[in-house]
Design a protein around this ligand. Structure first.
Ligand SMILES: *Cc1c(COP(=O)(O)O)cnc(C)c1O
Length: 375
């Protein structure tokens, strides 16, 4: 049993001893009834006040009627969670309605005011807010500074220590050194949480992500989203049974929020099947990335080194980034200008994201447009 399972297992036993352990039961809704395990019950605990979520199309598929612990947990979501766990080689997974909700709910549930969170300076806003909300002490280290992470963890006398990082940094496109992060966490007896929002489906063996090269012991808390490569919406946390049982009981964004709708779960499951089977999509994507990298290198622009679909071009001044974005739009290419506070002062940039949906000709059009900026 890894450290985190022992700690969370003990916390779960305390909850159980108070008769306060909660479990989700998948239920199908039919009007005023719910059916689960072959049993049909009159439902007196949904929030479907007007009967719209359960009786009429399209609400019947798009509404879950309540939070997961009450009656909102559907067989579709349960199936999605099993598929995610199976794909990633984890015991279990837990679905949230968004990545933002997953991150703040998970971090706030795992650590509190006597604990410590060590964070990369470029972590996503939702990870930052999760740490803030938890009340834990936080140390923010310079981007990718492994020594600073190790030092911050070693110096701490905090109860629990959580090392938390993006797996692919969303504005820079670079990948965290997941293997080294796991070693650093293990040496310090800290828990590692990686947010693989941009790596899941795209990077790594079979698209399992940057983070998924680590097993459940090395990386006890693996988070990913369903709104990016999977093409639906929502997010998940994957890990041990103890982790998931604990989060079901303690992640406030899970407990006090309407559950993911069956239709969303079906869409995410269909997307996940394609993610698993369609290696050609990843091959096509990485061909496009290669074409872009070779072409842009000839333009003399300040490209941030990245092997992911996120290919930023550093501009510097905010006004220049806006102007560059406008020039690209006139040339028929939509590229977002990213400015502070999303990125550090003086590092405004064009954030180019590539897709398997792009053709070789599309990349050539983009490179032609970028050549105008280079001039
Ligand atoms: C997009 C993103 C999130 C938030 O996910 P949503 O499902 O859009 O709320 C969290 N972390 C990272 C790194 C992201 O890029």
């Amino acid at each position: 049993m890894s450290g985190i399972d022992a700690v969370l297992g003990a916390r779960l036993r305390t909850i159980e001893a108070q008769d306060r352990l909660r479990r989700r039961v998948p239920r199908v809704h039919h009007g005023a009834h719910v059916v689960s395990g072959g049993k049909r019950l009159l439902n007196f605990c949904s929030n479907d006040y007007l009967g719209l979520a359960t009786e009429r199309y399209p609400q019947r598929a798009a509404g879950s009627g309540a939070s997961a612990l009450v009656t909102g947990y559907s067989p579709e979501v349960a199936e999605l969670e099993s598929a995610i766990a199976d794909y990633l080689g984890r015991e279990r997974a837990l679905v949230f309605s968004s990545g933002f909700a997953a991150n703040i709910g998970v971090i706030d549930a795992l650590i509190g005011k006597n604990d410590l969170a060590v964070c990369d300076a470029l972590n996503h806003a939702s990870l930052i807010d999760g740490v803030r909300l938890s009340g834990a002490r936080k140390v923010i280290v310079p981007h990718a500074d492994i020594d600073a992470m190790a030092a911050a963890l070693a110096q701490s006398t905090a109860g629990q220590r959580l090392l938390v990082s993006d797996a692919v940094f969303s504005m820079d496109g670079d990948c965290a050194d997941a293997v080294t992060l796991a070693e650093v966490a293990q040496q310090a007896d800290a828990w590692l949480m990686l947010d693989d929002a941009h790596g899941f489906g795209v990077m790594g063996d079979g698209g399992r992500g940057v983070a998924a090269r680590l097993d459940q012991t090395q990386l006890p808390v693996l988070m990913g989203t369903l709104g990016k490569s999977v093409g639906a919406s929502g997010a998940f946390v994957a890990g041990s049974g103890a982790l998931i049982d604990y989060l079901v009981n303690r992640a406030r964004t899970q407990i006090f929020s309407t559950a993911m709708a069956p239709a969303t779960a079906l869409a995410a499951n269909a997307g996940l099947s394609a993610v698993r089977s369609d290696d050609w999509r990843r091959e096509q994507l990485f061909e496009r990335i290669g074409e872009f990298q070779r072409g842009v290198a000839r333009l003399g622009l300040n490209v941030v080194p990245s092997n992911t679909p996120i290919q930023p071009v550093l501009i510097g001044r905010d006004a220049d980034a806006l102007l560059a974005s406008r020039v690209l739009e006139e040339a028929g290419c939509l590229v977002a200008a990213i400015r502070p506070p999303t990125v550090p002062e003086g590092t405004a940039r064009l954030r180019i994201t590539l897709s398997a949906a792009h053709s070789k000709a599309d990349i050539e059009a983009l490179l032609l447009a970028l050549a105008r900026i280079a001039e």
